[in-house]
Design a protein around this ligand. Structure first.
Ligand SMILES: [Zn+2]
Length: 343
């Protein structure tokens, strides 16, 4: 009543602009299992939303740093109402996230890996890491969906938020991985289709809208110590994987008949690259207390593709001129990856 008397009815503007059911649904395929966090290394006991949201937020920061809109940092977080773009969308202390997200269709499956040699240090490390056979990762045999809806008060910029969210997801699918432990092969996804409150929205249109503001701009000064997708520091390579790993040894539990179209051997590929790489420091691959800045997918194949590919990406922080070329050479010449050199 008081609002009526003063003429201030803060929700009216939103109610007028908002479509009846503002939403964005993104249908995705799992190409390799996802790691969404969890207790004691078991995804089924964790909250899957937080792992996906954390990953979206991390990539949004990297995209913004590359685009010339550096967000706040851990050392200098946003204060009061003066929010950076990341906190504006994903929230900060005292500020709710602009949207809600629901995950549908993401089940679980046992974790397993393929290694060359069961007595190797790598095999022992993986067995230590996944000490019993009950560990699960996330998997969606028939695809899964993420549904985004604006929170009250965020309708006005919903079209913009929608485009940004979809652009972040598309960058993750193209260049990186979704969720955690992407340095061990988890998190390869592919966008299948979208549905939105505006019938005129297509995947292409929304992506173009996101890209128009978020695409990396050249000559943006790079921030040290924080993730960026800026060209010159970030790289992402996808190369064919044609090696025969059928005789490699399984660690963990094979997920049965429906194995899925991936070969869980990212840790072995990672070792290979690490041992052969000279252009970036070894601790870019992680060390006790240091998060890995290099990530490697399990060999996967997309819905329509016959061939397997392996993706490796990262932001090794130090000027890594030559790293991309060197990694490409390792991946194209080693028999762990390709049966023969391909041009
Ligand atoms: Zn911030």
């Amino acid at each position: 009543m008081e609002n009526g008397q003063s003429g201030l009815r803060p929700d009216v503007g939103d109610a007028v602009k908002a479509p009846p059911d503002p939403h964005l649904i993104v249908e995705l395929r799992t190409l390799t299992p996802l790691w969404t966090g969890g207790i004691d290394g078991d995804c089924s006991r964790g909250e899957k939303e937080s792992g996906i949201l954390g990953s979206l937020r991390f990539w949004y920061g990297g995209i913004l740093r590359a685009a010339g809109f550096p967000p706040c940092s851990e050392k200098n977080p946003c204060k009061d109402d003066n929010l950076c773009l990341v906190c504006d969308l994903f929230g900060a202390t005292g500020h709710a996230r602009r949207f809600r997200m629901e995950v549908d269709g993401l089940g679980t499956r046992p974790v397993h890996f393929l290694v060359k040699n069961k007595k190797s240090g790598l095999a022992n490390k993986l067995m230590d890491y996944f000490p019993d056979e009950k560990r699960t990762a996330r998997w969606a045999p028939n695809g899964f969906s993420l549904t985004f809806r604006p929170r009250a008060g965020s309708f006005e910029k919903w079209d913009e938020y929608k485009a940004r969210i979809l652009y972040i997801l598309a960058r993750i699918a193209d260049l990186g991985g979704l969720g955690a432990k992407t340095q061990l092969g988890f998190g390869q996804v592919e966008i299948d289709q979208i549905e939105s409150d505006q019938s005129s929205d297509t995947l292409e249109l929304l992506l173009a809208s996101g890209e128009s503001v978020l695409a990396p701009k050249p000559n943006v000064p790079l921030t040290n110590g924080e993730f960026t997708v800026a060209p010159g520091r970030f790289f992402s390579l996808t190369v064919p994987f044609t090696a025969d790993v059928e005789h490699w040894i399984t660690i963990g539990t094979e997920p049965g008949k429906k194995k899925g179209a991936y070969k869980p051997c990212a840790p072995e590929i990672r070792e290979l690259v690490l041992q052969n790489l000279s252009t970036i420091p070894a601790d870019s691959f992680g060390a006790p207390g240091i998060t890995s800045r290099i990530h490697i997918s399990h060999p996967f194949h997309k819905a329509q593709a016959e061939e397997y590919s392996v993706k490796i990406w990262g932001d090794p922080e130090l000027a890594s001129a030559g790293a991309e070329t060197e990694i490409r050479t390792i991946l194209q010449t080693h028999h762990y990856i390709q049966r023969q050199v391909q041009e």
